[in-house]
Design a protein around this ligand. Structure first.
Ligand code: ASP
Length: 331
């Protein structure tokens, strides 16, 4: 494959599940601004000739630092009132990957995941061990109170009341697991990368770990496909969703949009799950399927203009998107 003419692309998500009546104009404005900034910062890396990994890490750092997303600051609370953060990153070119689960004091879990990939012999570290590793590579730790926001705290109080009343969680598809962040990128060398960062699900217990930090489930990239998922993690784990999409694309030659739709809009709902994903192939084709009312999503490509959308009935500009100039036609 000729590498010279590849037009870089960055696609991000800020979680599936949003419903219009839960949004306020100030929140919507803040979310759109943060998504735009994440796209611009990540894309600047790609334009400067940096790697897809750099773009993914930079976009996700912006979203982790923004309290409107369920990742880094603003993460959801566990049943015990803590924030336990999960993240993963994968380099499609080398198939190297790094992940962390259940960390409570790392400001940017996506950067720690990358450090695990680049500076440890392992792929996945958890809890106190992951934090000890963070310190060993000079990553400063923050007080756990850094992650707290009042909105997330109130979501936990609501879930705890529902637990006590033995009510089913009416919001299990929405607020409980909403706001995870993810990114997939294609760089000028034609290399792909994927990353995901989350606080998981409100009211999670017993050290629950979702799909986001599990390579193949919520996060996966190879030489032809990169995916970051968001949704009810147990179902993404059981379908190995991100890997499944990429295997369809790279092994079975299924076009990206169809592959992603088969997993997100058929396999997962048929089992009772829900959510969405962002997917990107090595030709720059984008797919953003979701089966919830909305999904925070955005992309930026050859024209350098950030495209951001929230609701299901909002055009995100990917449907009629032409393949980027200089790219190879999709099989
Ligand atoms: N998939 C994440 C989890 O289950 C949550 C989300 O994407 O909103 O931990």
């Amino acid at each position: 494959m000729s590498q010279a003419a590849v037009a870089p692309v960055l696609v991000i998500h800020g979680g599936a599940g949003v419903i219009r009546h839960d949004m306020t104009p100030p929140k919507e404005k803040a979310v759109r601004a943060a998504m735009t900034q994440a796209l611009q910062e990540g894309y600047a890396k790609l334009k400067a000739g940096k790697s897809a990994l750099d773009a993914v890490a930079s976009a996700l750092t912006v979203l982790e630092d923004d309290p409107n997303f369920n990742a880094g600051k603003g993460a959801v609370f566990t049943h015990d009132g803590k924030n336990e953060l999960d993240a993963a990153i994968m380099d499609g070119y080398t198939l190297r990957a790094g992940a962390v689960a259940g960390v409570q004091r790392v400001k940017n879990p996506i950067l720690l995941a990358r450090a695990v990939m680049e500076q440890s012999p392992h792929v996945m570290l958890s809890g106190a061990g992951a934090e000890a590793f963070a310190q060993s590579v000079g990553m400063p730790l923050v007080d756990p109170s850094y992650f707290r926001t009042e909105e997330r705290w109130q979501q936990l109080q609501k879930a705890l009341k529902e637990d006590a009343a033995k009510q089913p969680h009416a919001d299990v598809e929405t607020a409980k697991h909403f706001g995870t962040v993810g990114a997939v990128a294609l760089d000028a060398q034609g290399h792909l990368a994927a990353g995901t960062s989350t606080g998981g699900m409100t009211d999670k217990r017993w050290g629950r770990i979702g799909d986001s930090p599990v390579i193949g489930a919520g996060t996966y990239a190879n030489s032809g496909c990169a995916v970051s998922g968001t949704g009810w993690g147990e179902f993404y784990l059981r379908t190995v969703a991100a890997h499944e999409i990429c295997m369809k694309v790279t092994q079975m030659r299924v076009p990206l949009k169809r592959a992603a739709a088969e997993v997100i809009n058929q396999e997962i709902p048929s089992m009772g799950g829900n959510g969405g994903a962002i997917a990107l192939d090595a030709q720059g084709h984008i797919s953003i399927p979701f089966n919830t009312d909305g999904m925070y999503r955005g992309w930026i490509g050859a024209d350098g203009v950030p495209h951001v959308a929230i609701y299901g009935d909002e055009d995100d500009g990917t449907a009629e998107m032409p393949a980027p100039a200089g790219s190879i036609a999709q099989p």
